[in-house]
Design a protein around this ligand. Structure first.
Ligand code: DC
Length: 230
């Protein structure tokens, strides 16, 4: 049976990655977290001192250095999910810190960063058989994806999930700060000039504010079965 392309877009911390990972594992597809690629660019910029103390970015230097950024994914046998590597170093934990989260949206809004990551994503997904999550997968990266899902949930519920995740990882977090960071990211992601976050016209919408993880997984699997048998 032909393997299709599945695009899952939506707001920050709405559980897209969990759903996308679970679906990919269930149906034997490759899972790609496109947000992790923008997080790698941000981590690179932080490591290279290209983000100034006031948060502004040394864009010309970053643009010159883009070819030094190589993102790859390797399956972690223990978790069964892919880990993110930046220039052959596993950065799965480092890219999820609040420091990276608070700088990633302005980096992801830079046209040259988007162009580089979009072409890498298209290359990875060329053969289909992929579940990719992000903000612009169904609109810009794979506008012809056979299945598109747009996920959302209320701000407070999303911030609570993100806060719980940080605490579970042993990181210090303040709920109000997490909520503000999430709203600010949504604002930048939705209003940027290039490939802003928006629902594709042909996307299925899922508001998972009041759904459990197993319910979401089942919903996605049901939609996938409908799609491949249509
Ligand atoms: O999904 P996430 O929170 O890990 O994404 C990190 C940032 O990257 C977020 O601010 C939006 C941006 N992003 C994007 O612009 N396009 C994507 N396809 C995925 C993420």
């Amino acid at each position: 049976m032909k393997k299709i392309t599945i695009a899952i877009d939506g707001h920050s911390s709405c559980g897209k990655s969990t759903m996308a990972k679970d679906l990919a594992r269930e149906i034997g597809y490759i899972y790609i977290d496109s947000g992790a690629m923008y997080r790698c660019c941000t981590l690179f910029a932080l490591h290279q001192g290209l983000i100034n103390p006031d948060g502004s970015i040394q864009t010309e230097e970053l643009e010159r250095r883009m070819s030094d950024i190589h993102v790859s994914f390797r399956l972690n046998a223990e978790t069964g999910h892919p880990d993110t590597y930046l220039n052959n170093t596993c950065v799965e934990r480092e890219i999820r810190t609040m420091e990276v989260s608070s700088h990633v949206s302005p980096i992801a809004a830079l046209p040259f960063v988007r162009a580089a990551m979009t072409s890498q994503q298209q290359e990875i997904g060329r053969e289909g058989g992929i579940v990719m999550d992000g903000r612009d997968i169904g609109t810009a990266v794979f506008p012809n994806a056979e299945m598109k899902v747009f996920v959302t949930a209320s701000d407070e519920i999303r911030a609570q999930r993100r806060y719980d995740e940080l605490i579970a990882k042993g990181e210090s977090a303040d709920f109000q700060q997490v909520l503000e960071n999430l709203r600010e990211r949504d604002r930048i992601d939705s209003t940027r000039a290039v490939a802003p976050l928006r629902q594709a016209e042909d996307a299925l919408v899922l508001d998972n504010s009041h759904m459990s993880i197993p319910e979401q997984k089942q919903w996605l699997i049901d939609r996938f079965k409908e799609r491949i048998h249509a």
